[in-house]
Design a protein around this ligand. Structure first.
Ligand code: 4AD
Ligand code: MG
Length: 465
């Protein structure tokens, strides 16, 4: 029968049974005794399976001795207990069918020698064959399945929100324009400017920066919803934490306040990390060996820690009084940069920390104004080693305050007519947050550049595929 490598390692096929595994050759080693060892990888788990190939197979001389890294094969044999340490089972091979040869083994880019992670980025089509990218993918998959499971178990509905939209949720002016216009023949206004109103079949349109506003409409009818999808930011940040296209998880909860969703964020992160610790052990051990020594302890510490909570105003005091010299000055009102965030999580609290109640001037229009009139009920979750991983808020549910905020920020009430309707027809307090999914994967794997935890990164100067 056809078997995956992981199913053989897990003992799902009894010793003595015949199975066929299909995959790609990692290495071939020939012993003097006339036996060859083929390591075949199929991605179902970290390790390849070893096939012990006797030289009496009829294609031994002509084919098997010519196999090189990257060739695809179907290898059939009897499941036997492995003599080698670490491996549970191997195959006593009775047949090897070569499915695809490697044209020119000398120039095959994934030949045995190790490549730098930066060089692998140039080989986005072949890097999934490496140990590191395979492990990242399995962890990424585990985390996304765990997140869906977490929300499902808690009665949340997964709402798909649109990617093409007219509204700039975060108000940061970082939207990619979506256009059906003929670039050679752009329509002009009387003032001689490009008439973008004609953009998307007669309306201006962009790629979404967040599904939140749409998610709010569903939360204000179905109580608990979440989104999990791609979002886009046209920011020219060339950092290890920013992508132009990234995935976001955005729960939105009716009748919930900021503390409720801060608790939800803590539960979700711990749930996802526990899933990785139990389901991706071998991959995490590889990261601990090759990428970051403390990969596993760090997750275990996170899961058993209590999140710290601090008001923005107090956090600013801590930064001012800590005696450390920062690149960017600390004053009440600043948008903290990653050095500040990391200091709070790594050196001061030594735990994940939820910073709450930010100055209204550095936050989006939809965040609920606090009684002090200066701050809003916003939160960021900062993780040691990475900084901001989650951003969220209680939403402004009072129509007159929302209108005041729209006006203050120079936004047009008419553009938000449907959003305002939610405040006119049975408004409720509600809250939510957004988790940057790649920042989560980067945190769990210890792979420090976010470009290496998404299959095809879109960032300034890296969108070749
Ligand atoms: O803090 P942000 O901008 O919040 C929102 O978009 C809210 N509408 C979310 C909500 O309340 N529903 O983004 C949320 C998270 C950040 O904390 C960060 O982890 C991630 O998204 N993020 C990015 N990840 C990768 N590349 C970028 N350019 C990112 N920008 C934000
Ligand atoms: Mg943010």
């Amino acid at each position: 029968s056809i078997a995956t490598v992981v199913s053989v390692f897990n003992g799902e096929h009894s010793v003595g049974s015949q199975v066929t595994v299909r995959g790609w050759v990692r290495t071939r080693r020939d012993s003097k005794a006339g036996i060859s060892f083929l390591a075949v990888y199929d991605g179902s788990c970290f390790n390849p399976i070893q096939g012990v190939v006797p030289n009496n197979l009829n294609n031994y001389q002509d084919e098997i001795l010519k196999l090189t890294a990257g060739c695809s094969v179907e290898m059939t044999g009897e499941v036997v207990e492995s003599q080698g340490k670490g491996q549970t089972f191997e195959l006593q091979v009775t047949e090897v069918k070569v499915v695809g040869w490697v044209d020119d083994p000398d120039t095959y880019p994934m030949a045995a020698k190790r490549h730098s992670i930066e060089h692998l980025r140039e080989l986005a089509h072949l890097r999934p064959r490496t140990n590191i990218i395979g492990a990242v993918m399995r962890v990424r998959n585990c985390l996304s399945q765990a997140i869906h499971r977490f929300y499902h178990e808690r009665g949340f509905l997964w709402a798909s929100t649109p990617l093409i939209t007219a509204s700039d949720c975060e108000g940061a002016g970082e939207m990619f324009r979506v256009s059906t216009l003929d670039m050679q023949n752009l329509p002009m206004t009387d003032k001689g400017e490009v008439d973008y109103d004609k953009d998307f079949f007669g309306k201006e349109a962009f790629l979404t920066v967040s599904g939140q506003l749409n998610a709010e409409t569903y939360a204000c009818a179905l109580s608990k919803v979440y989104t999990f999808g791609p979002t886009f930011r046209a920011e020219n940040s060339n950092t290890s934490r920013h992508l132009a296209e990234f995935w976001m998880v955005e729960p939105e909860v009716a009748f919930a306040d900021l503390d409720d969703v801060a608790g939800l964020a803590e539960d979700m992160l711990k749930y996802a990390f526990n899933a990785a610790l139990t389901e991706c052990r071998e991959d995490l051990e590889f990261f601990a060996q090759r990428v970051e020594k403390t990969a596993i302890e760090r997750l275990e510490a996170f899961v058993s820690s209590d999140f710290a909570q601090v008001d923005y105003t107090d956090a600013i005091q801590i930064l001012k009084n800590c005696g450390k010299k920062f690149e960017f000055d600390v004053e009440w009102g600043i948008d903290m940069s990653s050095e500040h965030e990391r200091f709070l999580a790594e050196e001061h609290f030594k735990a994940p920390v939820v910073v709450k109640n930010y100055p209204k001037d550095i936050k989006a229009f939809y965040m609920r104004l606090n009684d002090d009139g200066k701050t809003v009920a916003a939160m960021d979750v900062l993780a040691p080693g990475i900084g901001e991983i989650i951003g969220g808020a209680q939403r402004e549910e009072r129509l007159e305050v929302l209108d005041m905020r729209l006006e203050e920020m120079g936004l047009e009430k008419e553009d938000y007519w449907w959003y305002r309707d939610l405040r006119r027809y049975g408004t409720v307090p509600h809250s939510g947050f957004g988790l940057g999914f790649e920042r989560l994967v980067s945190y769990v794997t210890g792979v420090s550049n976010i470009r290496d935890v998404i299959p095809f990164p879109r960032a300034p100067r890296s969108a070749n595929f």
